[in-house]
Design a binder for this molecule. Structure first.
Ligand SMILES: O=P(O)(O)OC[C@H]1O[C@H](O)[C@H](O)[C@@H](O)[C@@H]1O
Length: 461
């Protein structure tokens, strides 16, 4: 079994009424076996499976480009979705939220094309020597390309010399506007391999570049991913392989009327991991009327927010608890002040110890109500263990998709919105989409209340 992650499935079936002799795992046996065969065969050559071998790729080009980025004072990365969430996840998990305060390189991610956010980033970097990194698999996403244009223009107005000397684009090796710009200007670039989709690209230059520039040991990250890869490939026993077992459980609970998958890490450093997971899960598996909704939770914060619903609301969720060990603890003092005597049970205990016990307590409370969950113990959180976890979730998601008989590597629902946006922004060739979008929106907008709220309304108390 893998050394840094341990999976416990004990309580995961919850209050499920089984017929005598029924084994939920046996129900999925043929599908599990087929999904594993498919993973070993790398999707039988179907498109989008390039992520599976990313841990084997050399990262020399990333390390070289990261060294170049470190010659700047600040980096602005434009990118969204899979071209942003992985970066934020790696930085938070391995460097903490205060990485910019520690310097010397400051990093800003311009994902949402919100003018206020973009202006704020620019105000922070405009007086510094700044590099502009554009990350986009397709090289054409409007949120990313628009911000690229804006930041490039600001930089051009402010610096001497060609702006191209400060630009690096991470994109498809052959296609898209970003690639055309690289080919035309000769600016720096790194590839996102063509058979790697955005949300599976965190172990490619898309996710690795900013992490390496800021000081993450990306070789250790890839080493962890490689370890998980060999473990999951080498273990075809569906009762031992945790990805196969968990894939069956996710399928089982979806079919048992639990359409929500709660991801509940007990570590502030994994809050963004939950966001990264949510994109991976939702875009890969929400198709054809199927799929479970990923819910992002954070221990212990959500004990004081969502847990009431999890324990006492409808039995419609399957939770994954992720417990992290090996953290530095902070010891609490013995309580001597008379008015604080009621807190003496905390004296001499650790904050980390409390967080850890709260994870157990909450999982136990769910189990006591028959709510299904799986518990993952991470021995410690570092680059190697995170590499294992990332790769595990990629394999799990892909295999669940295979068991659902859908393509876990496309996103047709998202593409519709992208086409409508292009149309509404006047992009050539998307005129029909603009008309269609306007027609649909007119229906949504059709029944608005007349006048500002309150003006015509009679208020009765
Ligand atoms: O990396 P890009 O091609 O710019 O794509 C950015 C994002 O665009 C869309 O929303 C896709 O559904 C996402 O999967 C992708 O991560």
């Amino acid at each position: 079994m893998n050394p840094l992650l341990r999976f416990s499935f004990g309580a995961s079936l919850g209050r499920v009424v089984l017929r005598p002799g029924e084994d939920p795992f046996a129900l999925y046996e043929p599908l599990q076996t087929e999904a594993h065969r498919w993973y070993l065969a790398e999707g039988d050559g179907s498109a989008g499976f390039g992520w599976a071998d990313l841990p084997l790729r050399s990262c020399d080009d990333v390390l070289e480009a990261a060294g170049w980025l470190r010659s700047f004072e600040a980096v602005v990365q434009v990118g969204i979705g899979g071209s942003a969430l992985g970066n934020l996840m790696l930085h938070q998990a391995l460097l903490g939220d205060t990485v910019n305060e520690r310097g010397p390189l400051r990093f800003y991610l311009a994902d949402n094309p919100d003018p206020a956010k973009v202006r704020e980033i620019w105000d922070r970097v405009k007086d510094r020597r700044t590099a502009l990194v554009g990350v986009s698999k397709s090289g054409s996403t409007a949120e990313t390309t628009s911000q690229f244009l804006w930041f490039k223009e600001q930089m051009e107005c402010r610096i001497d010399g060609p702006v191209g000397d400060r630009i690096l684009l991470v994109t498809d090796p052959a296609e898209g506007v970003f690639r055309a710009y690289v080919n035309q200007t000769g600016c720096r670039s790194l590839p996102i391999p063509s058979d790697v989709g955005g949300r599976y690209s965190v172990l490619s230059p898309s996710g690795l570049l900013s992490a390496a520039a800021l000081g993450v040991d990306v070789e250790a990250l890839l080493c962890g991913a490689r370890e998980m890869r060999s473990f999951l490939r080498g273990c075809s026993d569906r009762r031992i392989n945790p990805a196969l077992r968990l894939a069956a459980l996710h399928r089982y609970h979806e079919r048992q009327g639990r359409p929500m998958a709660v991801f509940f890490p007990y570590s502030s450093r994994l809050e963004r991991f939950a966001e990264w997971y949510a994109q991976l899960w939702a875009e890969s598996l929400g198709k054809g009327g199927q799929g479970t909704t990923p819910i992002r939770a954070l221990g212990a914060i959500d004990q004081h927010s969502q847990v009431q619903l999890y324990v006492d609301g409808p039995d419609d969720k399957f939770a994954t608890f992720l417990h992290v060990g090996g953290e530095e603890d902070l010891l609490l003092p013995q309580v001597v002040d008379e008015p604080l005597r009621g807190l003496s049970y905390l004296g001499g205990r650790g904050l980390g110890e409390m967080l850890s016990r709260e994870a157990r307590a909450t999982a136990a409370a769910l189990a006591s109500r028959g709510r299904p969950l799986v518990w993952i113990d991470m021995e410690r959180l570092d680059a190697r263990s995170l590499g294992q976890l990332v790769y595990f979730y990629e394999v799990l998601t892909a295999m669940v998709g295979r068991m659902m008989d859908l393509n876990p590597f496309d996103q047709p629902g998202v593409e519709q919105g992208k086409r409508y946006t292009y149309g509404l922004m006047g992009r050539k060739g998307f005129e029909e989409h603009a008309v269609e979008a306007q027609e649909w929106f007119a229906r949504i907008d059709g029944e608005t209340l007349e006048g500002p709220l309150g003006e015509d309304a009679e208020v009765t108390e």
